[in-house]
Each structure stands twice: as structure tokens, then as C-alpha cells.
Design a protein around this ligand. Structure first.
Ligand code: AMP
Length: 314
């Protein structure tokens, strides 16, 4: 039984990014894990997304209103003295590789997420890529949620293995990319790496593989969703966060996190990731409407429709 749309709380970075793309440079682009995840999930929910993060004095009220017009509750966004978190990345000519040129933590350095009282009962929680200790602090403030999902990155896998291990014990779903899964498990084969990671806490694990799709491992088995094939890929920044936002947005819109619902959510996640890469920064996510998402889902369903059972001919 589905119970309808339930609140989704997203905690993560809110940033200004400088993006060096093969097509040219883009400065001061709105970014951050919480930004992409909340924009993506807000297209699948109706006003149920709450975001918690920190911005500096250089982050205009207009930018926050942009998120609010998408139905995102920004009352949990703290404004601190100083500059907003800044990230500078450069992509290879085929957009397959990215190098971080500079990370300025700024107000993010002292960030300690304070979940507003009204958000502490959120049944769905998405912990964007922040220090694993802060992710645990958030879980403790929120209490019992229906589903706690988290992202992490190589930086924390290398530098904070003990804190990361604690975080893994507190979550239900880990959403990471293939490189991170291999590094975390110390195992190259993804099926074996997934089994190893699931023993450390999260019952479910999603491994994202960019344009090559994504795998879900849970108690119901292994599931795969392809990457939606696109003619024009513009900028992969935020695709992973948009994927996670799409996945959690769909689950919160349906009000449950059963294995069947997770499998459907994988398609919405891949669709939202595909929209994200079609523009520089979040520009495409900011332009599309629910009708665009519905149209992409129809075309996605056609993409994987094989027209019947796959039975070996006699
Ligand atoms: P993705 O492409 O999905 O990995 O997300 C890219 C976004 O992550 C960019 O908008 C960056 O601002 C943000 N980001 C990059 N490095 C970090 C970091 N160390 N902590 C939090 N967010 C980050």
C-alpha cells in the first residue's frame, strides 16, 4: 500500500562551481550536492523537499528563491559570514574524466548541520557528500526514518575510514560510483565489491556507472538500469546527485521504499541524471517541467521494452 508523497530531507553542499569544459569555461555556476539533488527530486514530488546546507554572504536571496519556486523548503539553509563553498573542476575532451583543480571549503569548513525541529521527523533522508561524521550527526537528529540514503567520495574513503565505517552502519542505502565501490571494498569485481560493502551496513547499494547505467544490489537480488542514450552531453557535473535526488524523490512521492519501488525509482534516477548532463551546471534541471520528465519516462520505457518473455526457443 502506498501512502502518497512524504517529506524528503536532503543535507549536502551548496556551492559555486567553476567548470572548465572542452566547449569553454563557466564561472560561478550554482552547484553542490544538495542543490542538484533537491532540484532533481523537486520535479518528482510536490513541495515535499527540504534542504539543509550552508551558504555565505555572497549567495543571493534570488538564488534561494530559485529553489523555493521549485517548491523546495530552504528554511534549513544557514547563512554564515564568509564565502560560499567553491569548487573548480576541469573535464577531459571526451567528458569521461574530471580533475579537481581547487576546492575552497569557506563557510562549509565549520558546517555542522542543524536540522530544524519541523524537519526531524522526515521519513526519507538523503545525506549528500559531506564528512561522514556530519552524516552520522544528521541521522542522530532525524531519528527513525523509513529510508536513510547516503553518498560519499574517494576523499572520505581514503582519509576517514573509521568514521565512514560508522556511517555505513547507520544507513539503509549507499549510492556511489563504480570507482568508489572498488576503492571502498578493495575489490575490483563490482558484484563481489557490492557483497562486501553490504556486509558493512547498508542493506541496499546502488553503483552508478555514468553513461553505462547503474546497478542495484539488495536482498531481492541484482537489478540494472541503462543510462538513457543522449545525442548531446554537455556537462556531467551533478549527474550523480541528480540521480540520487531522482531516486529518493520517486520513493518519497510513492511513500514507500519496497524492493519493487526501488527498482522503479532506478529509472527515474537515471532519467534525472540524463536531464542534468544536457546543460551546463543545473541549467537544464531549472528549465524542465514535470511534462518533460513524463515524456522521458515514456521513451525510457520504450527503450527497455523487449515485448515479452525472454524464453529460449524450443
Ligand atoms: P557530482 O558531479 O554528482 O559528483 O557533483 C558535483 C558537485 O559536487 C559540484 O557541484 C560540487 O560543488 C560538489 N562538490 C565537489 N567537491 C565536493 C566536496 N568535497 N564536498 C561536497 N561537495 C562537493
Amino acid at each position: 500500500m502506498t501512502t502518497g508523497c512524504e517529506p524528503l530531507l536532503i543535507v549536502g553542499s551548496i556551492a559555486f562551481d567553476d567548470l572548465d569544459m572542452p566547449s569553454g569555461e563557466h564561472k560561478n555556476v550554482l552547484g553542490g550536492s544538495a542543490t542538484y539533488a533537491s532540484l532533481s527530486s523537486s520535479l518528482l514530488t510536490r513541495g515535499a523537499v527540504r534542504v539543509v546546507g550552508v551558504v555565505g554572504a555572497d549567495f543571493s536571496d534570488d538564488l534561494l528563491s530559485h529553489l523555493q519556486t521549485r517548491g523546495i523548503d530552504t528554511t534549513g539553509v544557514e547563512r554564515a559570514p564568509g564565502r560560499t563553498f567553491r569548487w573548480h573542476g576541469r573535464y577531459s575532451s571526451d567528458l569521461m574524466n574530471r580533475t579537481t583543480l581547487d576546492t575552497q571549503l569557506n563557510v562549509f569548513a565549520d558546517f555542522s548541520p542543524k536540522i530544524p525541529a519541523g524537519h526531524r521527523t522526515s521519513p526519507f533522508l538523503l545525506l549528500g557528500n559531506i564528512h561522514p561524521k556530519l552524516q552520522v550527526d544528521v541521522v542522530e537528529q532525524v531519528g527513525r526514518a523509513k529510508l536513510v540514503a547516503a553518498d560519499t567520495m574517494n576523499f572520505w574513503i581514503e582519509r576517514e575510514p573509521a568514521q565512514l565505517a560508522q556511517m555505513l552502519r547507520r544507513i539503509d542505502l549507499l549510492i556511489i560510483n563504480d570507482e568508489e565501490a572498488r576503492q571502498l571494498a578493495g575489490i575490483h569485481n563490482l558484484v563481489r565489491a557490492a557483497a562486501d560493502i553490504r556486509k558493512r551496513g547498508p542493506k541496499a547499494l546502488v553503483i552508478k556507472r555514468g553513461e553505462f547505467g547503474a546497478l542495484l544490489f539488495d536482498d531481492a537480488g541484482t537489478f540494472f538500469v541503462p543510462g538513457y542514450p543522449l545525442e548531446d552531453v554537455c556537462d556531467p557535473t551533478g549527474a550523480g546527485d541528480s540521480f540520487a535526488g531522482g531516486l529518493m524523490g520517486y520513493l518519497c512521492a510513492r511513500g514507500e521504499a519496497s524492493p519493487g519501488m526501488l527498482r522503479q525509482a532506478m529509472f527515474f534516477a537515471a532519467a534525472m541524471g540524463s536531464f542534468c548532463v544536457e546543460g551546463i551546471g543545473p541549467e537544464r534541471l531549472l528549465k524542465i517541467a514535470r511534462a518533460d520528465v513524463a515524456a522521458r519516462m515514456t521513451s525510457f520505457a520504450r527503450l527497455v521494452d523487449h515485448g515479452g518473455e525472454l524464453v529460449l526457443p524450443a
